[in-house]
Design a protein around this ligand. Structure first.
Ligand code: FES
Ligand SMILES: [Fe+2]
Length: 390
């Protein structure tokens, strides 16, 4: 009799799936029409992380971002307010910004085609015709504004007039992150990778650790519970056997002696002064906002991983490493954090591409989730719900 047929005990509070759950259909991961549908139903309805507030700190500085086929401008006004607009002129629809970042002149936003001019509130100030048509009212042609929220030094936009409440876009209460004083942190390093996979493949990989022992040998050593293919204590069906065992193999958290996600477990940055003992012990705290970003705090740095869909089978991942300003002022060597992340994220990118390659196999209309993949189920249920919203 195989081990899988032996009845197992499932302790109360066990998090794993107990029924057979099907995955999303395979064509959701490569079909061009379905991809467009997801851009509309998911990417154009939810909050998307653009950049750090510091990237548009100066009055009139801007960034643009391509979210699928939509281009967005975020710009800081002279009064300090950040605003977002579709990157399009109201005249005949030329793109207003050619570059991905820069600073508008004091005159405001001038369309490179026929020089219509807008102020930073998006109001049309001037056309270029000798005389405007009778009945033409400049007030009828402002830039198309978009909701923008700044929190913790992060700028988010939504391509919808009616996005979900901002706080609801996250899996934890934002107040939980107050100790990290995120708005004070500065970018010490950035990494960018193109991954040949659908954006959902990346998130599904993010949502399970069944792959951790085989794919992430270094991470499995640093976070011993990951080495058991589990994310948390109660992911083990017989977790009560070790209910009060504080060994990180059972309790989670970093291996004994390690304090941060770095090559040797030693912090590289000046530690955040207000981090609680609980967070210090855990070694990492994840904040997730699908579809575009997850933020991981450690005792000395914060990792921000943003995804953007570039096509049905291509995703851009950008990673920012945030530190206290002192860490950069003291010129500390942050490479052990960057290197560790690079190893783990490259391993994840590689298996995500592997996953994508297999999904087109003609007979594989869908897959099946295993107990440890309960968080994938939540993600896929969210995708289904978004797609079926009117
Ligand atoms: S399209 Fe912008 S001024 Fe003509
Ligand atoms: Fe992974």
């Amino acid at each position: 009799m195989s081990a899988n047929l032996t009845p197992v005990r499932r302790d109360p509070g066990y998090t794993g799936l107990t029924a057979v759950i099907e995955t999303l259909p395979s064509h959701y991961y490569f079909d061009a029409d379905h991809y467009q549908f997801e851009l509309k139903k998911i990417w154009q309805r939810n909050w998307v992380y653009v950049c750090r507030s510091s990237a548009i700190a100066q009055p009139r500085s801007f960034r643009t971002l391509e979210i699928g086929d939509q281009s967005v401008i975020v710009v800081r006004s002279d009064d300090g307010t950040a605003r977002a607009f579709h990157n399009v002129c109201r005249h005949r629809g030329a793109a207003l910004c050619r570059s991905s970042e820069g600073r508008f002149p004091a005159a405001g936003i001038v369309c490179p085609y026929h020089a219509w001019r807008y102020n930073l509130k998006g109001e049309l100030v001037q056309t270029s015709s000798a005389v405007n048509p009778d009945g033409f009212d400049r007030r009828d042609f402002p830039l198309y504004g978009l909701p923008l929220t700044e929190w913790g030094g992060f700028v988010f936009v939504a391509l919808s007039k009616d996005p979900p409440p901002f706080e609801k876009a996250f899996d934890l209460p934002l107040a939980r992150f107050a100790d990290y004083e995120l708005d004070k942190l500065v970018v010490g390093h950035t990494l960018k990778k193109l991954i040949k996979c659908n954006w959902k493949v990346f998130w599904e990989n993010y949502n399970e650790c069944l792959h951790c022992p085989g794919v992430h040998p270094k991470l499995a050593q640093l976070v011993p519970i990951f080495g058991r293919a589990l994310l948390e204590r109660r992911d083990d069906p017989s977790w009560q056997d070790h209910e009060s065992d504080e060994d990180p193999r059972y309790a989670g958290g970093l291996r004994s002696g390690a304090q941060s996600w770095t090559m040797d477990g030693k912090p590289v940055g000046v530690p955040f002064p207000k981090v609680s003992e609980e967070d210090r012990k855990a070694g990492h705290l994840y904040l997730t906002s699908v579809p575009s970003v997850f933020i991981v705090t450690h005792v000395d740095y914060v990792r921000v991983v943003r995804l953007l869909p570039l096509g049905p089978e291509l995703t851009e991942m950008s990673i920012e490493f945030l530190f206290l300003p002192e860490t950069l002022a003291e010129k500390r060597d942050i490479s052990p954090a960057v290197e560790f992340t690079n190893i783990v994220m490259s391993e994840d990118a590689e298996v995500s591409e592997l996953n994508q390659r297999g999904l087109k196999a003609a007979p594989h209309e869908k897959g099946v989730l295993m107990p440890e993949e309960y968080a994938i189920r939540q993600f896929q249920d969210w995708v289904r719900a978004e797609l079926s919203r009117p």
